[in-house]
Design a protein. Structure first.
Length: 293
């Protein structure tokens, strides 16, 4: 941690009782958020909405459940943390190793640069989640084992009638070949720094990836905040998709109608506002960590 007045690095020390209490509160929050899902997952059940946050991001539930104090915190009587990557023994306990921080400066700098660039642009709220429609446009290769609300022809007709304004490469790259020319721009990985914008649901979901890939430097409270917002974003993403998820308890946002588009923009705007605050927190933490290398 750094002192906001002097810029000097300060150190937080937690007794075993203190850090165990924080870890337990963290686990309780995770259980309240996705406990039912995790229990179903252990029984082998699949979930087309929540699974994405683990399969697409090559993440695991352990990334959400595991508690880390973050860099600059010394945990007393905490040898169990030594079995995890990035920790070392210090006088009075265990903490994240400065050598590990130094090894992650490239990732920290790249993450901050992308988040600052994204935050520098106004939120665009006119995409209506059509990227999911573009992924099944004029193909029989459906990405999820779910019915299409409007059927095959009706789904294609929506893409034919509405312009695509996707700005997120990692969504665009899954467009069908027939859908790609419909997008207002041909996106690429090289252009990501100049294309990302804060209204995009997937750019907000990516804050979770930014946090868990920087563990244990990033504290778990920030990671879980990012996961919770990613979950909220993913739910809207799929409710506005061409799939019928009513059997799973997700009412559709019918973006093929004016009422549905207005609803989507309202919910997207609320998520973008929350994402702006969270994006600044993650970017600021990256900058603080870079200042300690």
């Amino acid at each position: 941690m750094s002192d906001p007045m002097t810029g000097a690095v300060t150190e937080t020390r937690l007794s075993r009782g203190e850090w165990e209490w924080r870890r337990q509160r963290h686990r309780e929050r995770v259980d309240a958020l996705i406990g039912d899902y995790l229990r179903s997952r252990r029984r082998g059940s699949k979930h087309p909405v929540i699974d994405f946050l683990f399969t697409y991001y090559s993440s695991r539930p352990a990334h959400v459940r595991r508690w880390h104090p973050g860099y600059g915190v010394v945990l007393a009587d905490a040898d169990e943390f030594l079995s995890m990557r990035g920790y070392r023994r210090v006088d009075g306990g265990v903490s994240v190793d400065p050598a590990y921080l130094s090894s992650r400066t490239g990732a920290l700098a790249a993450t901050e640069a992308l988040l600052r660039a994204t935050a520098s642009r106004p939120a665009r709220l006119g995409c209506f989640g059509l990227h999911e429609w573009a992924m099944v446009y004029r193909t029989d290769d459906i990405r999820h084992d779910l019915p299409l609300r409007l059927g095959r022809a009706g789904t294609d007709a929506v893409v034919d009638q509405m312009p695509l304004h996707c700005t997120h490469f990692d969504a665009f790259r899954f467009f069908t070949p027939a859908a790609r020319p419909h997008n207002e721009a041909e996106l690429s990985r090289d252009r990501q720094l100049s294309d990302e914008q804060p209204g995009c649901l997937h750019a907000t979901m990516d804050l979770y990836r930014a946090c868990f890939t920087l563990a244990p430097l990033i504290d778990s409270a920030l990671t879980l905040d990012s996961f919770a917002l990613a979950l909220r974003s993913r739910e809207l993403d799929m409710r506005a998709s061409p799939y019928d998820l009513r059997a799973l308890g997700y009412p559709p946002v019918p973006i093929e109608t004016p009422t549905g588009r207005a609803q989507y923009v309202r919910e997207q705007s609320e998520i973008a506002d929350a994402g702006a605050i969270l994006r600044a927190r993650v970017a600021d933490r990256c900058r603080e960590l870079l200042g300690q290398t």
